[in-house]
Ligand binder design. Structure first.
Ligand code: PDD
Length: 276
């Protein structure tokens, strides 16, 4: 399959990444994961807006404009005949001998590839088990940066505990998951952490909140506790690859009825309709 390296399309075998790449030394870079349905990027504007926001926040300029980048990603999808899957795009601060100061001039390095991936229908139906893990990440989780060690350790801790996803909390206040956002439903009200610096502003999260409001469901964007999570009627995670996946147990304890609840099902149906 073809990769995009800066402005060029190359077979994977010909992609060249420098050992002096700052992404490799410092995790000094950022990324996006886009969903492709029917050969088309899903919610591209939201992903590009987040990419631009992170680029400005961490002061790594995009190597070229969003319009050109959008066109390149479309070309990559076509070259790889991708119908259902994801596009991974990563940009680092480029390569220079290992030293913390920004290298001058900045020469950001970009690479992107596609991956075929089916919709996660089985997990969306049966739900997943989650484990709570202390959120030890930095305080700018709203930037979609590399440096995912906090996420990696949390995910592995959850897997080691026999669960599929880690629900992160800061001293008992739930933030998000290792690679998704999380929402609970209590007495018909959907509750999720506000889009501040402690969570990634998920594209799927925003779509789900839009669908919830359109369905006249009540939404509260406020932090909730691990205790509230345990006592919830329903819980589900949202993300580009997981879509809307029910959480049926947390730390081995059943949530609600132990299977996807009515609000989760409604949102799953509306989400499926939104992707066509
Ligand atoms: N993860 N929170 C975190 C920490 C994430 O890494 C992700 C996405 C999300 C959900 O965001 P979105 O709905 O925009 O996908 C929330 C991607 C898929 C990843 O790193 O693989």
């Amino acid at each position: 399959s073809y990769y995009l390296q800066d402005e060029r399309f190359l077979p994977k075998e010909e992609v060249r990444i420098s050992p002096d790449d700052r992404g490799y030394y410092f995790g000094d870079g950022f990324y996006e994961v886009f969903r492709v349905y029917n050969g088309k990027l899903y919610e591209p504007e939201a992903h590009f807006a987040r990419l631009t926001r992170t680029s400005e926040g961490i002061r790594i300029p995009l190597p070229y404009g969003i319009e050109e980048l959008h066109a390149k990603l479309k070309e990559l999808i076509a070259l790889n005949s991708l119908s259902e899957g994801t596009v991974y795009l990563q940009i680092t601060r480029g390569s220079a001998p290992r030293a913390q100061p920004f290298p001058a001039p900045a020469r950001p390095f970009l690479h992107a590839y596609t991956k075929p991936l089916e919709r996660p229908l089985a997990a969306m139906e049966a739900g997943i088990r989650a484990a709570t893990v202390e959120d030890i990440r930095w305080l700018r989780c709203d930037y979609k940066t590399l440096n995912l060690l906090g996420n990696v350790l949390a995910k592995q801790q959850a897997l080691d505990a026999g669960a599929e996803e880690a629900i992160l909390h800061r001293s008992g206040s739930v933030t998000e998951c290792s690679a998704s956002n999380v929402m609970i439903v209590k007495d018909g009200i959907i509750v999720t952490h506000p889009a501040d610096n402690l969570i990634l502003h998920g594209v799927t999260r925003a779509v789900v909140l839009r669908l919830a409001r359109a369905a006249e469901l009540s939404v509260e964007e406020r932090p909730f506790t691990v205790e509230e999570l345990r006592e919830a009627d329903e819980a589900f995670i949202t993300g580009t690859t997981v879509e809307i996946t029910p959480v049926v147990s947390v730390d081995g304890r059943t949530i609600g009825s132990g299977s996807a609840g009515p609000v989760t099902r409604r949102l799953q149906r509306d989400f499926a309709a939104s992707i066509g």
